[in-house]
Write a protein of this length. Structure first.
Length: 174
Protein backbone atom coordinates (compact mmCIF):
# COMPACT_ATOMS: atom_id res chain seq x y z
CA UNK A 1 0.00 0.00 0.00
CA UNK A 2 2.87 2.34 0.64
CA UNK A 3 3.99 1.91 -3.00
CA UNK A 4 0.84 3.65 -4.25
CA UNK A 5 1.49 6.79 -2.22
CA UNK A 6 -1.50 6.28 0.06
CA UNK A 7 -1.19 5.19 3.69
CA UNK A 8 -4.87 4.64 4.48
CA UNK A 9 -4.38 1.59 6.67
CA UNK A 10 -1.28 0.01 8.19
CA UNK A 11 -0.20 -3.51 7.30
CA UNK A 12 -0.98 -4.74 10.83
CA UNK A 13 -4.56 -3.39 10.64
CA UNK A 14 -4.94 -4.89 7.17
CA UNK A 15 -3.85 -8.33 8.39
CA UNK A 16 -6.25 -8.07 11.32
CA UNK A 17 -9.09 -7.23 8.92
CA UNK A 18 -8.29 -10.19 6.62
CA UNK A 19 -8.34 -12.64 9.55
CA UNK A 20 -11.92 -11.69 10.34
CA UNK A 21 -13.64 -12.95 7.16
CA UNK A 22 -17.28 -12.91 8.23
CA UNK A 23 -17.25 -9.13 8.97
CA UNK A 24 -19.69 -9.52 11.87
CA UNK A 25 -17.12 -8.57 14.52
CA UNK A 26 -15.00 -6.41 12.26
CA UNK A 27 -14.29 -3.00 13.81
CA UNK A 28 -14.30 -1.40 10.33
CA UNK A 29 -17.72 -2.79 9.49
CA UNK A 30 -19.80 -0.11 11.18
CA UNK A 31 -23.54 0.08 11.69
CA UNK A 32 -24.15 2.39 8.71
CA UNK A 33 -22.55 -0.08 6.30
CA UNK A 34 -24.51 -2.88 7.94
CA UNK A 35 -27.79 -1.10 7.15
CA UNK A 36 -26.76 0.13 3.68
CA UNK A 37 -25.71 -3.26 2.35
CA UNK A 38 -28.73 -4.93 3.97
CA UNK A 39 -26.57 -7.54 5.64
CA UNK A 40 -29.36 -8.28 8.07
CA UNK A 41 -31.23 -10.26 5.40
CA UNK A 42 -28.16 -12.35 4.53
CA UNK A 43 -27.39 -13.23 8.15
CA UNK A 44 -30.42 -15.35 8.90
CA UNK A 45 -29.26 -18.31 10.96
CA UNK A 46 -31.49 -21.31 11.49
CA UNK A 47 -32.42 -22.04 15.10
CA UNK A 48 -32.80 -25.81 15.23
CA UNK A 49 -34.01 -27.74 18.29
CA UNK A 50 -31.06 -29.49 20.00
CA UNK A 51 -32.04 -33.00 21.13
CA UNK A 52 -28.75 -34.37 22.43
CA UNK A 53 -25.13 -33.25 22.84
CA UNK A 54 -22.65 -36.13 22.55
CA UNK A 55 -19.42 -35.67 24.55
CA UNK A 56 -16.39 -37.91 24.99
CA UNK A 57 -14.61 -38.78 28.27
CA UNK A 58 -12.71 -35.47 28.30
CA UNK A 59 -15.92 -33.40 28.12
CA UNK A 60 -15.20 -32.36 24.54
CA UNK A 61 -18.26 -32.05 22.30
CA UNK A 62 -18.09 -34.58 19.47
CA UNK A 63 -21.54 -34.31 17.91
CA UNK A 64 -24.84 -32.51 18.32
CA UNK A 65 -28.12 -34.19 17.44
CA UNK A 66 -30.71 -31.65 16.38
CA UNK A 67 -34.13 -31.50 14.82
CA UNK A 68 -34.53 -29.05 11.94
CA UNK A 69 -37.52 -26.71 11.78
CA UNK A 70 -38.53 -23.46 10.07
CA UNK A 71 -37.42 -21.20 12.93
CA UNK A 72 -34.64 -18.73 12.10
CA UNK A 73 -33.61 -15.27 13.29
CA UNK A 74 -36.15 -13.44 11.14
CA UNK A 75 -38.90 -15.68 12.58
CA UNK A 76 -37.81 -14.92 16.15
CA UNK A 77 -37.74 -11.19 15.44
CA UNK A 78 -41.49 -10.94 14.82
CA UNK A 79 -42.32 -13.75 17.25
CA UNK A 80 -40.84 -12.00 20.30
CA UNK A 81 -42.22 -8.59 19.37
CA UNK A 82 -45.65 -10.20 18.69
CA UNK A 83 -45.96 -8.25 15.44
CA UNK A 84 -48.77 -9.79 13.39
CA UNK A 85 -48.03 -7.81 10.21
CA UNK A 86 -44.35 -8.75 10.15
CA UNK A 87 -45.26 -12.38 10.86
CA UNK A 88 -47.71 -12.43 7.96
CA UNK A 89 -45.02 -10.99 5.67
CA UNK A 90 -42.60 -13.69 6.91
CA UNK A 91 -45.04 -16.48 6.04
CA UNK A 92 -45.80 -14.93 2.63
CA UNK A 93 -42.06 -14.70 1.84
CA UNK A 94 -41.27 -18.18 3.24
CA UNK A 95 -44.11 -20.07 1.52
CA UNK A 96 -45.00 -18.16 -1.68
CA UNK A 97 -46.14 -21.34 -3.48
CA UNK A 98 -48.78 -22.19 -0.88
CA UNK A 99 -52.21 -21.42 -2.43
CA UNK A 100 -54.06 -18.63 -0.63
CA UNK A 101 -51.07 -17.77 1.56
CA UNK A 102 -52.21 -14.13 1.76
CA UNK A 103 -55.37 -15.30 3.54
CA UNK A 104 -53.75 -18.11 5.55
CA UNK A 105 -50.86 -16.04 6.89
CA UNK A 106 -52.98 -14.44 9.64
CA UNK A 107 -54.20 -17.83 10.87
CA UNK A 108 -50.65 -19.24 10.90
CA UNK A 109 -49.31 -16.23 12.82
CA UNK A 110 -52.15 -16.43 15.34
CA UNK A 111 -51.45 -20.12 15.85
CA UNK A 112 -47.76 -19.37 16.50
CA UNK A 113 -48.38 -16.49 18.90
CA UNK A 114 -51.43 -17.67 20.85
CA UNK A 115 -51.49 -21.42 20.21
CA UNK A 116 -55.09 -21.18 18.96
CA UNK A 117 -56.15 -21.54 15.36
CA UNK A 118 -59.84 -20.84 16.02
CA UNK A 119 -60.80 -17.39 14.73
CA UNK A 120 -62.87 -15.03 16.83
CA UNK A 121 -66.05 -13.45 15.39
CA UNK A 122 -64.43 -10.06 14.77
CA UNK A 123 -61.47 -11.72 13.03
CA UNK A 124 -63.80 -13.66 10.73
CA UNK A 125 -65.61 -10.41 9.92
CA UNK A 126 -62.36 -8.62 9.05
CA UNK A 127 -61.17 -11.52 6.87
CA UNK A 128 -64.54 -11.67 5.05
CA UNK A 129 -64.32 -7.93 4.37
CA UNK A 130 -60.79 -8.30 3.02
CA UNK A 131 -61.77 -11.26 0.83
CA UNK A 132 -64.69 -9.22 -0.53
CA UNK A 133 -62.33 -6.30 -1.34
CA UNK A 134 -59.92 -8.69 -3.07
CA UNK A 135 -62.76 -10.23 -5.10
CA UNK A 136 -64.04 -6.85 -6.30
CA UNK A 137 -60.50 -5.76 -7.13
CA UNK A 138 -59.84 -8.86 -9.25
CA UNK A 139 -63.30 -8.59 -10.86
CA UNK A 140 -62.51 -5.03 -11.91
CA UNK A 141 -59.19 -6.14 -13.35
CA UNK A 142 -60.85 -8.91 -15.41
CA UNK A 143 -63.55 -6.48 -16.65
CA UNK A 144 -60.88 -3.99 -17.72
CA UNK A 145 -58.87 -6.74 -19.43
CA UNK A 146 -61.93 -8.02 -21.31
CA UNK A 147 -62.81 -4.47 -22.39
CA UNK A 148 -59.28 -3.94 -23.75
CA UNK A 149 -59.37 -7.29 -25.58
CA UNK A 150 -62.71 -6.38 -27.24
CA UNK A 151 -61.28 -3.01 -28.23
CA UNK A 152 -58.22 -4.68 -29.82
CA UNK A 153 -60.37 -7.22 -31.71
CA UNK A 154 -62.61 -4.41 -32.99
CA UNK A 155 -59.58 -2.41 -34.14
CA UNK A 156 -58.17 -5.50 -35.87
CA UNK A 157 -61.39 -6.14 -37.79
CA UNK A 158 -61.80 -2.54 -39.02
CA UNK A 159 -61.01 -1.79 -42.64
CA UNK A 160 -57.57 -0.27 -43.01
CA UNK A 161 -57.34 3.27 -44.33
CA UNK A 162 -55.51 3.05 -47.64
CA UNK A 163 -54.27 5.44 -50.27
CA UNK A 164 -53.98 4.49 -53.96
CA UNK A 165 -52.39 6.37 -56.85
CA UNK A 166 -53.91 5.60 -60.26
CA UNK A 167 -52.66 7.52 -63.33
CA UNK A 168 -51.53 10.49 -61.31
CA UNK A 169 -54.90 10.69 -59.58
CA UNK A 170 -55.09 10.18 -55.85
CA UNK A 171 -57.90 8.05 -54.45
CA UNK A 172 -58.35 7.82 -50.74
CA UNK A 173 -60.58 5.08 -49.34
CA UNK A 174 -62.02 5.42 -45.85
Amino acid sequence: MENFGYDIITQKEFDKMILNEDNELNEYFNNEKFELQNVKEHINYECNIINNIIKNEDDIIEDIEYESNDINLSYLEWYYTKDYQQGMNWYIDKYPNLPGINNLAYILVKQDLTGKNHLEKWEKHIIKKQLKKDKTYYDNITKERNRCIKKLIKAQNEKLKTMKVIKKKILVDF
